[in-house]
Design a binder for this molecule. Structure first.
Ligand SMILES: Nc1ncnc2c1ncn2[C@@H]1O[C@H](COP(=O)(O)OP(=O)(O)OP(=O)(O)O)[C@@H](O)[C@H]1O
Ligand SMILES: [Mg+2]
Length: 251
């Protein structure tokens, strides 16, 4: 029997526009993310991918449109802290781990949140916290390096550590901007696998230029161009789209 209940989108961008000095970086953008979905966003430089993430996270306020989260909150009316509290975590392109702390302490600091660095590091862990710490370190493949300084990790491992720190806050939606830039091919492949595992329990939006990586993700792709959706579908579908080909070849 057909289920007539309406499942609200996890995230719904509805006619969003923003201009910088008269230039429309985002132009009547509409996009729907289902609960539990992982979506890849591609598009040429300047297409508006990062600006879209800035709008979702409250860093940039759009001139027009709504951004509805969990069918209940219009994110365009909230500030960055409120949006983070609602359960939207963001990973910027450059890793921002605490280099002079151990790998484990970096995740611990994220697990404990607002208590303050010193209090956090001396606070005794509960059994559940210890389990969660181990789980995250295993997920991001850093359990064997947990007592080393974060400064000693490779670039790719720092990216994974930061993803682990985000997971510690257990966000409903994870936004990741160009996670594999500067990674080796092996690290890139492992990052696709990591995001697929994360997607088992979290919704994800990932922006990336690396098409081998996007292929490995194996998820629906949205192509942005001049601030709007140019095409949507599997990577094969959008790659076969003439308008997408034109945009990537520079016309
Ligand atoms: N705060 C800002 N002030 C002025 N212009 C901006 C601002 N943020 C973005 N832009 C402009 O908006 C356009 C979209 O930029 P955005 O960074 O979103 O593109 P992108 O798709 O992430 O590109 P890339 O693939 O190079 O990261 C660009 O022309 C950029 O210069
Ligand atoms: Mg960008």
């Amino acid at each position: 029997m057909q289920d007539l209940r309406i499942t609200p989108a996890l995230l719904y961008l509805d006619g969003v526009s923003v201009a910088f000095d008269g230039f429309k970086a985002i132009n009547n953008l509409s996009l729907t993310l289902d609960p539990g979905e992982m979506r890849a966003i591609i598009g040429p430089n300047g297409a508006g991918k990062t600006t879209m993430m800035d709008i979702i996270t409250g860093k940039t306020r759009p001139d027009e449109g709504r951004v509805i989260f969990q069918g209940a909150h219009d994110l365009t009316t909230l500030d960055e802290a409120d949006i983070a509290t609602l359960g939207i975590g963001r990973k910027f392109q450059k890793p921002t781990v605490f280099e002079s702390h151990t790998v484990e302490d970096n995740v611990l600091l994220a697990l404990k949140g607002a208590r303050g660095v010193v209090a956090n590091l001396f606070h005794t862990l509960s059994g559940a916290e210890r389990d969660r710490l181990d789980e995250i370190l295993a997920l991001v493949k850093l359990i064997e390096r947990r007592y080393e300084l974060a400064a000693h990790l490779s670039h790719g491992q720092k990216q994974w550590l930061e993803i682990g720190m985000l997971l510690a806050q257990d966000p409903a939606l994870l936004l990741v901007d160009e996670p594999v830039a500067g990674m080796t091919d092996a690290e890139t492949a492992e990052t696709a696998e990591l995001l697929r595992r994360i997607n088992a329990t979290h919704s994800v939006i990932v922006v990336e230029h690396d098409m081998a990586f996007v292929r490995d993700l194996g998820v629906k792709v949205t192509v942005l161009h001049e601030g709007s959706v140019l095409a949507e579908g599997s990577l094969d579908q959008v790659s076969a789209n003439e308008r997408v080909v034109e945009v990537y070849l520079g016309r």
